[in-house]
Ligand binder design. Sequence first.
Ligand SMILES: *Cc1c(COP(=O)(O)O)cnc(C)c1O
Length: 493
Amino acid sequence: MSDALIPSGPSNSSANDWAARSRAHVWHPCTQMQDHEREIPLLPIAAAEGVWLVGHDGRRYLDAVSSWWTNIFGHRHPRIVARLKAQLDTLDHVIFAGFTHEPAVKLAEQLCTLAPAGLSRCFFADNGSAAVEVALKMSAHYWRNLGQANKSKFIALSNGYHGETLGALAVGGTGMYRDAYAPLLMQPIYVPSPDCFERAPGASWEDHTRQMFRHMEAALARHAHETAAVILEPLVQCAGGMRMYHPVYLSLLREACTRHGVHLIADEIAVGFGRTGRMFACEWAEIRSPEIKPRGGAQRPREAAIETPKRACVSPDFMCLSKGITGGTLPLAAVLTTDNIYQAFYDDYASGKAFLHSHSYTANPLACAAALATLEIFAEQNWHAQNRGLGHLMWMGASDLLSHPHVAEVRQQGMILAIELAKNPNKREPYPAAERRGLRVYRHALNAYADWGVVLRPLGNVIYFMPPYTITPEQIGQMCRVAIEGINQATRD
Ligand SMILES: *Cc1c(COP(=O)(O)O)cnc(C)c1O
């Protein structure tokens, strides 16, 4: 890493200044601000390059959580930086109602080409929660346009997470984020999560997942007449502690949603763009019902480069994308949907069927240019094959923890590896939340070495790796070592 990154000279205020000034006037997200007085340092970052964040004092932090899961190719990737600078010299922003532009058109075309079959329309928004709001509204509005306004409820999984605006929060199933706002939120129909951490001893992931699907089938049988859509995170409930399930759930769900006349919303905001080992997590799920196979018949999904023709995987009715879409540079989101849904809104103006949702920064050209650069990087090489190798190294580096006296599970899906700490792993007895064991690991990891550390921001008792795909084997080794030391420290007493 170059020294040029570390700012110097008169403008180089000390790290303590920025932390103090931030505490004085900034309200940080997802934070009990008092923690920053005592428990957790507020870390001012001056610069970033590749997998590293750099403090004003020159300390480096390995960004093992990809800056909240957004940064898939490392910070300031040269191609994204170049594309963004060029875009800034051409077109900064333009109202997207009544106007269009090259970056948005190209991006919509490319996303529709990459997405599972049938997703041929792209609606832009500017963050993940907004994308979820769009999908929920579009789904209910679709049924209304068809004369079935009673289909306005949503089925959601326990322990799911879909963002924090009121609609997105409402369909989330993690009490921690939701409880304080419960009176403000619409009530979804909850179905127990297929989360395989909860499987019975000896049960396979697939068996457990199939068993749990019975709850979904029952909910659909009972509520389909009043339900617009089922929403879920394919394969990994990320904010809910990186809890994972078998892709057969998606296959069964696709078939059941079609049979019951209910939309399927796949929230790929965290798991999309290669994170699970395929471009989209839905690609792990094979089509089950013969009726919805694309022409040419079903093929087995297979690992493939970006330009591979569409695989016979499950296609949701809505796919929400954000986070990694711009390589972690600018906020952007997209909701992909089908021509069938689009057509239900397409009519004479007087019909009043139009989808009137809008955000000021819809399809911001800079964000679209960053997303196009991100897709170019994907197209340059077979990242999925490379990530298989990196994922294997993460497993080799962390799987010793399987025999640790306070580790209940080490689980992995592609470039997500999660370590579940527990007071008594055999009984799956968690540490009390108040003990904040994960936070101890976090603090240890930040301070691991004299001049560098690792960002292992925990989810309660879960420590996880979700690094940029540009991480090196050596850095994976360092990350794993720091995590293991931190876990040893944090579970000592
Ligand atoms: C992060 C996330 C969201 C919300 O995205 P924001 O851009 O933070 O609003 C929604 N769904 C999932 C699965 C997420 O991980």
